[in-house]
Design a protein around this ligand. Structure first.
Ligand code: PEP
Ligand code: MG
Length: 582
């Protein structure tokens, strides 16, 4: 249904299907005056007023964002407000206006553009995307210097088409019930995309030339699952998508009914279905979607939120809150996993960060930070539902050091008279091939292991997990990946004492679920929003059949054979319409 002449494809940024009229949103880029000025006092006064006005506007967006997105996600706007308050930036602008006697618009443009240039130089897509946010601030101040009003007039129930959307646009449009977003530029990590996902508004980004192809008021079908848009669809196309929207609605209702049911196969094998937690706000969704606890808390987020790694008391309160909210279910807190594609808290340039100072290596070299976190997790374990896990383990020595440090931290807390769970379970992530090879020996050292397929696949296949050029080679069904996962599970389970979980994105791939169940995992941890779908699949599987499927997949030599086998398996499943809908 998608390969027709009026259909275009971009990057699927937020899921969902919507049919609505197009609204072309053109951002006005303010022209900058570069003239000499005679009245410096007036220019400085004008600058102050423009900064104040810009701040007021952003505060308004911020409070709206807090309502719609929660404190954490709204912090994007706080960061923008902080730039307006940056004394170094503002002092430089003021000084240059006085010294150069040039129009404030020019100086503001010049100074903020330097910030942007720095961000554009960065390697990471994330930083590049942030430079668009800075563009927004620059335009805002210049518009206010010109004393122009802020306009984002838009009617209800439209799909917004634009070159690029800022997070502020995305939040403001949501207020008037926008049905979807399509942009020419931007990637999955753009804040506009993140915000659209949080607001549950279907979106496509990176649809180059979208604004040329689509005219105002065109009728559009936006498919946020596949990143496709149909311009002025035929009657047949509309009917096809209306049906899909209806199927989705029914499917959502069915899923909601499963909330309190276990993720158990038809022949009674239960899989502990847990959620991954990146932001504390997501806990509501974890509970609402009926997860059996949390299989991965990525604590890196705390560092990004607080700018420095928070002290013991602050961390303790956060961990305790998470533990209490999901009690009596269990929570696995992963100690800080920085480095690689995640920003390091110190200013070090590494030639090859993915093979550098990552995860446990960084922690063992920063003992104060590591111990602070371990003490905070231990203190949060008072109700006996926390577990602790370390990332990027490459040697048994690291595991033993970790256990020794945990013992030292327990001793500290005893001396301080603070309660904690003395029997707290300790585990490791298996995400490096060397650890996979020795899975049995590692499993003998710890209480549980969790397979991090996101990294394991990249290290096993030597394919960067975030590099578009080689993304075709990043294959979760590569025979070596499937066999490695099978090997880890078998070896770890042979110890008879170690629980085996998987917390990479592969766990949320519907096609992979029967294979992973058949390979014998005890637990799967996926994003909270994926829980209902994965549960529904597991409840329709026969463990016996998945075991046979897994055995067969372990014999194949190519990715294609495995994929085809899994597709065929799915096609034969009763009651699973899910992959047919999406
Ligand atoms: C993984 O590597 O699979 C994983 C879950 O960790 P992260 O994605 O945080 O690196
Ligand atoms: Mg990882």
């Amino acid at each position: 249904m998608t390969n027709t002449k009026n259909t275009y494809k971009g990057i699927a940024a937020a899921p969902g299907i919507t049919i609505a009229r197009a609204y072309q949103y053109t951002k006005k880029i303010e022209k900058v005056q570069d003239e000499l000025i005679s009245d410096i006092d007036e220019a400085l006064l004008n600058l102050d007023e423009a900064l104040n006005k810009s701040k007021k506007e952003l505060l308004k967006v911020f409070s709206l964002a807090v309502d719609k997105l929660g404190e954490n996600r709204a912090s994007i706007f706080e960061a923008q407000i902080m730039i307006l308050d940056d004394p170094v930036l503002i002092d430089t602008i003021r000084r240059r206006i006085k010294e150069e006697k040039r129009h404030p618009e020019f100086i503001v443009d010049d100074e903020i553009s330097k910030y942007q240039a720095l961000m554009n130089e960065a390697q990471e897509a994330y930083m590049k995307e942030r430079s668009h946010d800075i563009e927004d601030i620059k335009n805002r101040i210049i518009r206010n210097l010109k004393k122009k009003k802020w306009q984002s007039r838009i009617t209800n129930d439209v799909i917004v088409i634009s070159d690029y959307l800022t997070p502020a646009d995305t939040v403001l449009f949501a207020r008037v019930n926008v049905k979807g977003y399509i942009t020419n530029f931007g990637g999955l990590t753009s804040h506009a995309a993140i915000v659209a996902r949080s607001l549950n508004i279907p979106a496509i980004v990176g649809l180059h030339e979208a604004t040329n192809k689509i005219k105002n008021n065109d009728l559009l079908v936006l498919d946020g699952f596949h990143g496709t848009v149909i311009i002025n669809p035929s009657e047949k196309q509309i009917n096809y998508y209306r049906e899909k929207i209806e199927q989705l609605r029914i499917y959502d209702e069915e899923l909601a009914e499963l909330k309190n049911e276990p993720a158990v196969t038809t022949d009674n094998k239960e899989i502990l279905l847990q959620a991954n937690l990146d932001l504390t706000e997501e806990i509501a969704l974890v509970v609402q979607n009926g997860a059996k606890g949390i299989g991965l808390v990525r604590t890196e987020q705390l560092f990004q939120e607080y700018d420095v790694f928070p002290e013991e008391e602050v961390q303790y309160n956060i961990y305790r809150e998470i533990a209490e909210k999901v009690y009596p279910e269990k929570v696995i807190i992963r100690t800080l996993d920085v480095g690689g594609d995640k920003v390091l808290p110190v200013d070090v340039k590494e030639p090859n960060p993915f093979l550098g100072w990552r995860g446990i290596r960084f922690l063992l070299d920063n003992m104060d930070l590591f111990k602070t976190q371990i003490r905070a997790i231990l203190r949060g374990s008072e109700h006996k539902n926390l577990k602790m896990m370390i990332p990027m383990v490459c040697s048994i020595k690291e595991v033993r050091k970790f256990k020794k440090i945990v013992d030292e931290c327990k001793e500290d807390l005893r001396e301080r008279g603070l309660p904690f769970d003395n029997d707290i379970d300790l585990g490791i992530m298996i995400e490096v091939p060397s650890a996979a090879v020795m899975a049995r020996e590692y499993a003998e050292e710890v209480d549980f292991i969790s397979i991090g397929t996101n990294d394991l696949i990249q290290y096993l296949l030597a394919v960067d997990r975030g590099n578009e050029i080689v993304s075709d080679l990043y294959q979760e069904f590569h025979p070596s990946v499937v066999r490695t996962i099978g090997h880890i599970i078998k070896e770890a389970k042979n110890t008879g004492k170690c629980m085996v979980s998987l917390c990479g994105e592969m766990g949320a791939d519907t096609l992979a679920v029967p294979l992973l169940v058949g390979l014998g995992l005890d637990s799967l941890s996926v994003s909270a929003s994926a829980i209902p779908t994965i549960k529904k699949i597991i409840r329709n599987l026969s463990y016996e059949e998945t075991r046979a499927l897994a055995e067969k997949c372990l014999t194949f030599r190519t990715e294609k054979e495995i994929r085809n086998e899994l597709i065929q398996f799915f096609d034969n499943l009763q009651n699973i319409s899910v992959h047919k809908i999406f």
